[in-house]
Design a binder for this molecule. Structure first.
Ligand code: IMP
Ligand code: MG
Length: 184
């Protein structure tokens, strides 16, 4: 059954405002993104690099829709406090063991808001000499003033509200919801 309403069983009774993207809508868009990515990379080694934790569900659905050889790895980044984040300080907690040099790197992100995290990661990855570097974001809020590299593939142009589910969290809750809902 498709979940078009927020299930109180899954949220422990906590209310979410509304479902913004239901399961069927997400699945259709992920399928289309898979086709776009398949067409965009005709040859060369493709490494799809998921930025954890937010991208874990999106990445796992997306890679199954890309019909070409590829490899999968992850990045775990931590930014320090509000001040450090605004200065763009990001540390990699897990650094992909896969060699990036000479490969097409597709960074897979849950949502782009200010783009600060992404800007630092893009700079880090560029130093590793990939053949190409592109971004695929499930959601894009289009509020960032400066993006080192804008997303080449975007699932949805998202509203300004705080979204949870399908990997996205609020204080680590709600990542397991099969749909995307707004918190307020
Ligand atoms: P940015 O560096 O401001 O672009 O922040 C991106 C990160 O902030 C995402 O990877 C999410 O972890 C988090 N984030 C931004 N907006 C939302 C939202 O609406 N819901 C959940 N997480 C969000
Ligand atoms: Mg988060």
């Amino acid at each position: 059954m498709l979940s078009r309403t927020v299930s109180p069983d899954r949220t422990g009774g906590r209310k979410l405002a509304r479902v913004v993207y239901d399961e069927a809508t997400i699945a259709a868009r992920v399928r289309a993104l898979g086709r776009e990515i398949t067409a965009a990379y005709p040859h060369g080694d493709l490494l799809m690099l998921g930025l954890l934790k937010g991208s874990f569900i999106f990445l796992s659905d997306l890679v199954r829709r890309v019909e070409r050889p590829l490899q999968v790895d992850f990045l775990v980044a931590a930014s320090y406090g509000a001040e450090a984040a605004s200065s763009g300080t990001v540390r990699l907690l897990y650094d992909p063991e896969t060699i990036l040099r000479g490969k097409h790197i597709l960074l897979v992100e849950d949502i782009i808001e200010t783009g600060k995290t992404l800007n630092r990661i893009v700079a880090l990855l560029r130093e590793r000499g990939p053949e190409s570097l592109s971004i695929c974001a499930l959601l894009h809020k289009h509020v960032s003033e400066h993006l080192e590299l804008d997303a080449a593939f975007v699932g949805f142009d998202a509203p300004q509200s705080f979204l949870v589910g399908y990997g996205l969290d609020h204080a680590e809750d709600f990542r397991h919801l099969p749909y995307i809902a707004s918190l307020t």
